[in-house]
Write a protein that binds this ligand. Structure first.
Ligand code: ADP
Ligand code: MN
Ligand code: MN
Ligand code: MN
Length: 345
């Protein structure tokens, strides 16, 4: 038997966006535990905005398990928060609101800033560094400094070792700003892995004395880019049947549900979705082929392929909850009839 360090990880009840929490328990297993072998656990919900003090027990239900690349015999146990009965999802549990759909694929592009001493990594104590231009996909000390890439590479290795479907990295437009992408098949897969990747990144930067700033516009109304989390999505129907009529019906439904989407696409998004810096205004829905100034970008390949494939919703921001984003995208898609539209087309 081996003693494993099980890190139970969950989302707290803070609004508008939750934070990650985690605590460890040690348990013996003959080999690396499967999801079915991991017991329910509990925590004090009164300390995480999830319960009142007099009745504070919340239940942690394991939903995904990954090897912990930073710990000997470590296990990362991603959990949903449940009511004391163990079966009713807690109101803060947004994962439970995602429609089950094995054919739904999501790719999230997480942008973020490294922050140290209250400013982006590489910014001088007062004023600003040289203006944006050389930083995006840049190389060299004057563009990316000496620490950022080291962290980014270490994070990439940890994600891959944990079995997370990390798809790539790039230095972003602002100094101190980076991006990584996570792709997953199944309606919850990419969102689960995005939360795990965020956890690994935040834990990793502790030892560097650096924080991750997820706010979508940390430098306010300046000429410095904000951070998004573009949501690339497709369903089996979009990939295999699609068609112009279905696409147009889908976009009409996205337009109709504008406010429902904006409500879960991350806080302060009006400060980022201004119409500048490759964004569309937050209060007006638009789409366009290869248009990075639209709410939804339609890849060239989509049109060439008879309106089949994936679409990119560029509005979700860096602080958004991928569970709530995936949930709303699939809800809107589910409101558009499939067979009827394709039959009429
Ligand atoms: P860009 O920066 O040009 O918008 P990225 O390469 O950063 O593009 O991100 C594109 C994302 O789209 C990737 O995460 C990729 O996995 C995802 N993606 C590709 N094909 C599909 C698909 N069929 N369904 C959903 N997401 C997809
Ligand atoms: Mn990208
Ligand atoms: Mn980007
Ligand atoms: Mn993108």
């Amino acid at each position: 038997m081996t003693k494993y360090k099980l890190e139970y990880i969950w989302l707290d009840g803070y609004v508008p966006t939750p934070s990650l929490r985690g605590k460890t328990q040690i348990k013996e297993f003959a080999e690396f535990p499967t999801l079915e072998q991991l017991p329910l656990w509990g925590f004090d919900g009164s300390s995480t905005n999830q319960a009142e003090g007099h009745s504070s027990d919340c239940v942690l239900k394991p939903v995904a398990v990954y090897p912990d690349p930073a710990r000997t015999n470590g296990v990362l146990v991603l959990c949903e928060v449940m009511m004391p009965d163990g079966v009713t999802p807690h109101v803060s549990n947004k994962r439970a609101t995602i429609l089950d759909d094995e054919g739904a694929w999501f790719g999230f592009e997480q942008e973020y800033f490294f922050y140290k001493d209250g400013r982006p990594l590489g910014f001088p104590e007062t004023g600003y560094p040289a203006p944006q231009g050389p930083y995006y996909t840049g190389v060299g000390y004057k563009n990316v400094g000496s620490v950022a890439r080291q962290i980014v590479e270490e994070h990439l290795d940890q994600c891959l070792a944990a079995g997370i479907n990390h798809e790539g990295i790039n230095a972003e437009v602002a100094k101190g700003q980076w991006e990584f992408q996570i792709f997953g098949k199944g309606s919850k897969k990419a969102a689960d892995q995005m939360w795990m990747a965020r956890y690994l990144l935040q834990r990793l930067t502790e030892k560097y004395g650096i924080d991750i700033e997820f706010h979508c516009k940390p430098l306010g109304d300046t000429d410095w880019n904000g951070s998004g989390m573009h949501c690339n999505f497709s369903t089996a129907y979009m990939r295999e049947v699609g068609g112009k009529a279905y696409f147009e019906a889908l976009m009409a439904q996205f337009d109709k549900n504008l406010m429902d989407h904006i409500a879960v696409y991350g806080p302060d998004n009006d400060k980022r979705l201004t119409g500048k810096h490759e964004t569309a205004p937050w209060n007006k829905f638009s789409y366009g082929v290869a248009d990075r100034g639209a709410s939804i970008r339609v890849p060239h390949s989509f049109v060439k392929n008879d309106y089949k494939g994936y679409l990119e919703d560029r509005r979700p921001n860096s602080q958004g909850d991928p569970y709530q984003i995936a949930s709303q995208v699939l809800k809107t898609i589910s409101q558009v009839p499939t067979a009827a539209v394709s039959a009429a087309a």
